[in-house]
Design a protein around this ligand. Structure first.
Ligand code: ADP
Ligand code: MG
Ligand code: ZN
Length: 477
């Protein structure tokens, strides 16, 4: 029997407001334990939460960007459970009436096709604290700094069918959050977290199978691996006559397997009820309109513009708009240098290669857009060859010096003086009588050999066009 997998993702994105969702404590990451806390986020009795307006604005931004319906009235609810990192014994979340519903995004698949993935809901909630398990003592220490950090939970429809689609969806979602500048999307630091719901069903069926939920996955690569593992595990289970049970599983990134963590709670286990300490959240048209007016250009729009304005291919435009910083770099480069395709090639090839190798982001690029543009101009102006430019590029990365300075200091200026090139050519011809003989007898492939010799002699600085012309002339003489 053939199976088809069904995947739905729940993403928790930390909003990067300066203060927490229901109190004025700082949300700064990495502070000494329990230094950013107050009676509200410590869950003291008798305190009252006060909603941070910026948090709502950020959530509205995401709701607009994902084409959601924004509810005029939504409600906060208490989700009751006990855990040592949750001092109130309930988490304030939204349940029956979330802020936004019924949205979607488009993702680009490897074959170039587009797929629509529905977003069931986006709701607001608060984060819990953190337990630090002491490796040397049988104790765990509670740090409440993170308690009350604002989150949006973005729940997808079960529209995703493969691990690759799940990866593409997550990347696009994160890219939108970053364009909107509402979440830094750092999976390792936990500001962008994903739970993957996975089930399988006979191919073509319309009845979904029982799902499992995989938690604790903190990189895109591992989300894809965890889903793949879970699909295979469920298939094996069914082939062996077993049954998938609804449960929460944990991904083990060292062994690349999932392990059962607990039976999956149902909503009624949490005894949700409206939080009596918080008024209904009201969002009117004016507010939505003003947020809409403040939105930046989003990945889809930017991509379409890059194709239209710069004549880029869909693939190039997709890569260059995958992050707004990268897109800005590209456009900054074009302020100085007028050939989009060449700029795109250098950025996507040499520059991204360099950043990848050094695990750097575009913001940490050792080569500024301005300097890269000037390097490309040196090629176009015939000052250096494309080949020399690669070595200048490497030097720029190492030293941070502008390209002109490197070219001058190292004497890399291309030799276009035909007299000088002619001298070298004649010299090479004189030194290689056997090859000249063979060439004249029809072994055309030897032409490359002569070019190589001239280039070697001139340390790559001879203008390739001039070398070709002069060699041709001299060899046929
Ligand atoms: P819970 O918090 O109980 O997990 P949510 O509604 O927040 O419930 O999230 C459920 C997620 O599981 C959604 O992303 C949904 O698309 C997905 N889902 C629901 N049914 C299935 C299924 N049979 N197979 C895979 N995913 C599913
Ligand atoms: Mg879930
Ligand atoms: Zn506080």
């Amino acid at each position: 029997m053939e199976f088809e997998s069904v995947i739905g993702l729940e993403v928790h994105a930390q909003l990067k407001t300066e203060t927490k969702i229901f109190c004025a404590c700082s949300t700064q990451f990495g502070a000494a334990p329990n230094t950013h806390i107050c009676p509200v986020c410590m869950g003291m009795p008798g305190v009252l939460p006060v909603l941070n307006k910026k948090v709502v604005e950020y959530a509205i931004r995401m709701a607009i960007a994902t084409d959601c319906d924004i509810q005029e009235e939504s409600r906060f609810a208490r989700k009751n459970y006990f855990y040592p990192d949750l001092p109130k014994n309930y988490q304030i979340s939204q349940y029956e009436l979330p802020l936004a519903t019924n949205g979607h995004i488009f993702v680009e698949l490897e074959d170039g096709s587009k797929k629509r993935i529905g977003i069931t809901r986006i709701h607001l909630e608060e984060d819990a604290g953190k337990l630090n398990h002491d490796p040397n003592r049988p104790v765990s220490l509670v740090d409440l700094n993170r308690t009350g950090t604002p989150l949006i939970e973005i729940v997808s429809e079960p529209d995703i069918r493969t691990p690759e689609e799940a990866g593409a969806y997550l990347r696009k979602l994160r890219s939108i959050l970053r364009y909107l500048e509402i979440c830094d999307g750092n999976m390792e630091e936990g500001s962008f977290r994903c739970d993957a719901n996975v089930s399988i069903m006979p191919k073509g069926s319309t009845v979904f199978g029982t799902r499992t939920e995989v938690k604790n996955v903190n990189s895109f690569k591992h989300v894809e691996k965890a889903i793949q593992y879970e699909i295979e595990r469920q298939k094996d289970l069914i082939f062996d006559g077993g049954k998938v049970i609804q449960e929460t599983r944990l991904w083990d990134p060292n062994k690349n397997i999932t392990n059962s963590m607990r039976g999956k709670e149902d909503a009624h286990d949490y005894r949700y009820f409206p939080d009596p300490d918080l008024l209904p959240l009201m969002v009117d048209e004016n507010w939505i309109d003003s947020v809409k007016a403040s939105l930046p250009e989003l990945p889809e729009q930017k991509k379409a513009r890059f194709i239209e304005q710069f004549g880029l291919s869909g693939y190039d435009a997709e890569v260059l708009t995958s992050g707004h910083e990268l897109a800005n770099y590209f456009e900054d480069c074009l302020k100085e240098y007028k050939h989009p395709k060449q700029a795109a090639n250098w950025i996507m090839g040499s520059l991204l290669g360099l950043l990848n190798a050094e695990s750097k982001t575009i913001d940490q690029s050792p080569i500024s857009a301005y300097d890269l543009a000037n390097l490309l101009k040196l090629i176009d102006d015939g000052v250096i060859s494309g080949k020399i430019a690669k070595t200048v590029f490497d030097d720029m990365a190492k030293t941070g010096k502008p390209p002109k300075q490197i070219v001058e200091e190292k004497g890399l200026v291309q030799v276009t003086d035909t007299g000088a090139i002619e001298e070298v050519v004649l010299n090479i011809i004189a030194k290689n009588p056997k090859q000249v003989e063979q060439y004249k007898n029809g072994k055309d492939t030897l032409f490359g050999f002569f070019v190589g010799q001239v280039m070697k002699e001139t340390k790559g600085k001879a203008n390739p066009k001039a070398v070709n012309e002069i060699l041709k002339a001299k060899l046929s003489g």
